[in-house]
Design a protein. Sequence first.
Length: 364
Amino acid sequence: MANEIILVDENINPIFEEIKGLINNSRDRVYSAVNTEMLNLYWNIGKIIMEIQQGNERATYGEAVLEKLSKKLTNEFGKGFSKRNLERMRRFYVCFPIATTLLSQLSWSHYLELIKIEEENKRNFYLKEAVNSKWSVRELQRQKNSLLYERLALSQDKTKVLELAEKGQIIKTGKDLVKDPFVLEFLDIKENTEYLEGDLEKNILEHLKEFLLELGKGFMFVGSQVRLTLEEDHFYPDLVFYNRLAKCFVIIDLKIGKVTHQDIGQMQMYVNYYDREEKKKDENPSIGILLCTDKNETVVKYTLPENNESIFASEYKLHLPTENELIEAVEEEKRNFELNENWFDFGKRIAKLKTDLKMKKMGI
């Protein structure tokens, strides 16, 4: 009898899993169908309201129509047709005037977040990324609030910015994974709080899901403090990830304060190790990111070769930046870069002048 029960249990499991899969797939299809119908309904309501309001130039007329329409629809169908919701449906139609471009993968709640975005390119970027990365509504809100589009766009040329809007973030190599700054507001560390690098790492590991969202799509966690042994010496990079889209390892070291040339040298060693010992033939070169509070741009520039595509320094912020703060930070970085370039060129000119004078004295 006991053997029969065990046999039944063993046979029932695959049957249960098969039926469970059928039920879940059916639920998904029902949800998708209902969601599609709801989006089409709201889009068509928005279209009717827009056409009525376009036909009359008086703003007061449009407001009066919405008020009366809201009352009549609410009396007939119940909640969901407040004046505010009707205005959202109108905005929905204005932002997405072609019905066939509506995406059933996104819910009405997703679209409510998207229609708040005025700039079309920015709105299209978040639309593509929400679908491609399968963001929840909450994740979409967070990425918007962290100014992900601005952080990516400010470091790109115009062609790349248009590509962001049309296709979302395209990841081909490790370099495409880098953004500056990274925003770590989810760690909930106050700006003036004293903390050590170990505290920062521990906090990130406790919020690994949020950190992966900030890193971007395609990231998989490999480990923290992964030991590398070179002869009798042991080294421990803070965080190691693998990106399946870029097909490369990503090593992250956390730094409080300015990046030094020693930090860069150590990161170069980590990258070299992973390239030579861990990387497979069909994978791309590893990259290293020094995540710091001050990336010390000049030291980074003159420590690394001009064609560097493997070591990067990015600052992290513990609060969500405003758009103005982000733009000002980029402008400040440009000013510092131009100043350093000018001084470097000035030094080269002085050196050349000294050489010319010396050669002239020697009669050369």
